[in-house]
Ligand binder design. Structure first.
Ligand SMILES: Nc1ncnc2c1ncn2[C@@H]1O[C@H](COP(=O)(O)OP(=O)(O)O)[C@@H](O)[C@H]1O
Ligand SMILES: [Mg+2]
Length: 505
């Protein structure tokens, strides 16, 4: 079974990279592990390299994943959305993993475009320039169409599908081994998680789907005007190639962009917060990769987004759930918030609603009545999700993606305008949405009247010290995960080694 053998070797290779970065059984989690694993951890640490000494475990794991390539990078990005399992700092460190590589040559890109579109480059483009950005899956080239329009051409990296397939097979092997040997791996649904990684990569490896997302979100954004997407040039779209109109703006990732004259930083920061909230809450679909590298601005406050590889979707049920918990927290009605979680089936029925309400109070009360100036909605939601780990809450990935994107949007807004007040930016959107979601038409006006009071309440209710119960939840589940993972990996590796030896005879 050559596939199995190559997955096996890839797995060993991956384990080796993790060991070199001291990210397989990190020294920091060692004290929480059972004695046998502690010994194993100390043994493999002998092989760790110089990189292993620098940084926190999340940072080391991020470096290891960067080295392992596209599938591992995606795995890391998805793991970074699980602050409920790993804790905020670890998830955050993992979330900073970089996806930049040297570009492949322009001749290769031209050949890829010709093969994908089945026509000579000259038949579509007047000019085709060297790549301006290159990542593990694709790179982007500026070009000019025959009709004179400037465009961006995104081309998948040659052979990337094969590479991703090999790595995914290796992950599946690791997950199924861990599943066999570890209760914890089963609880964490590692096989399902691997499937999520695979699905997400499948979507990103088909640029026709990204083009569709770009066009869909472009329509959604046009309704409110807080943000815009480039037009798709459909004749230039195939599985491995995608052409969109060039954005006439300055990249937010370039230093000094918003210091240029003519920019209204306050309005720009408002726009990104409102763009994200209207997409998610009003339209149920959002750009889920909103960092500076994917954002452009033009004076005074025009915002553009590119890169629609990751799109989040919230169904009506999830949107209502969010409205309910926000409203319940504002009222400090923890019993109600708890009930909503049980009704939605997010917390298993064997737990007690009252005990859950008590835990929610531990999140809500310390922040109630505090000042809003420096408060993050995303972090608040993250804290809520964390405490729910104690109650075996199964969070829908969409909600986690929402929370993650919210945190990233807030970060961008604060970097654009350091004094930015997220809550007042969110006010018009959240007001409208809570009124619409939670009230029959008869109640709508009353709620609208209360709107400003709601938002003031929201504002006061923010500011977030990490409360002790959250930390307990964090370390407990974090240690459990590592035990599970490490156990699964080491026992699994041993088992395979024995099997391989037996078959070799
Ligand atoms: N329509 C566009 N106009 C201008 N620049 C673009 C456009 N599309 C992509 N780019 C540039 O190419 C870079 C990479 O494209 P992106 O879609 O973000 O790919 P990746 O998935 O590799 O991040 C972007 O960060 C941006 O600088
Ligand atoms: Mg990008």
């Amino acid at each position: 079974m050559p596939g199995g053998v190559s997955s096996f070797f890839r797995l060993i290779e991956a384990a080796w990279v993790l060991v070199r970065h001291d990210a397989l059984i990190p020294r920091e989690v060692e004290p929480m592990l059972p004695p046998s694993l502690r010994t194993a951890g100390r043994a493999v640490r002998v092989f760790s390299g110089r990189e292993a000494r620098k940084g926190r475990p999340g940072q080391r794991l991020a470096r290891a994943f960067e080295e392992l390539g596209p599938a591992a990078i995606k795995l890391g990005q998805l793991l970074s959305t699980r602050a409920d399992v790993f804790g905020l700092e670890f998830a955050d460190d993992l979330g900073h993993l970089k996806d930049r590589l040297p570009a492949f040559p322009i001749e290769v890109a031209r050949a890829e475009v010709e093969r994908a579109l089945d026509r000579p480059v000259e038949s579509l483009f007047l000019s085709f320039e060297p790549a301006i950005a290159a990542a593990s899956l694709a790179q982007a080239h500026p070009a000019v169409l025959k009709d004179g329009r400037k465009v961006a051409v995104k081309v998948l990296r040659p052979g990337v599908e094969q590479r991703v397939a090999t790595d995914l097979a290796a992950f599946r092997l690791a997950a199924s081994l861990a599943y066999r040997f570890s209760e914890e791996a089963r609880r964490l649904e590692m096989i399902e998680f691997t499937d999520t990684v695979a699905r997400s990569l499948e979507l990103e490896l088909d640029l026709r789907l990204e083009a569709a997302a770009c066009s869909e979100l472009g329509e959604v954004m046009a309704k409110d005007g807080y943000m815009a997407a480039p037009a798709v040039v459909w004749e230039g779209v195939a599985r491995r190639v995608m052409v969109t109109e060039w954005i006439q703006g300055s990249p937010l990732s370039a230093p000094g962009t918003i210091e240029q004259p003519g920019f209204d930083r306050h309005a720009l920061a408002d726009n990104i917060v409102r763009a994200f909230l209207t997409q998610a809450l009003d339209h149920g679909v959002f750009h889920a990769d909103l960092h500076e590298g994917n954002l452009f601005a033009a004076p005074p406050d025009k915002l553009y987004a590119v890169d629609f590889g990751i799109v989040g979707r919230l169904g009506p049920g999830e949107r209502r759930f969010l409205a309910e918990i926000l409203w319940g927290f504002l009222q400090r009605d923890y019993r109600r918030v708890a009930q909503v979680h049980f009704d939605a089936g997010y917390v298993p029925a064997r737990h007690s609603v009252e005990a859950f309400a008590q835990a929610l109070r531990a999140v809500g009360e310390p922040v109630a009545g505090r000042k809003a100036t420096d408060v993050s909605m995303g972090r608040l939601l993250g804290l809520l999700f964390e405490i729910t780990a104690v109650f075996d809450m199964h969070l829908r990935p969409e909600l986690v993606l929402l929370q993650k994107t919210m945190a990233s949007v807030e970060g961008v807004a604060r970097r654009i305008d350091p004094d930015h007040d997220i809550w007042s930016a969110a006010k018009p959107v959240v007001e409208r949405w809570i009124a619409r979601e939670l009230s029959p038409i008869a109640q709508a006006r009353r709620l609208a009247d209360q709107g400003s009071r709601i938002i003031d309440g929201l504002a006061r209710w923010a500011e977030t010290p990490v409360s002790p119960p959250v930390i307990v939840a964090e370390t407990r589940s974090g240690a459990g995960l590592w035990t599970g993972l490490a156990l699964g990996l080491s026992v699994g590796a041993l088992a395979i080694a024995v099997l391989a030896l037996m078959h070799a005879r």
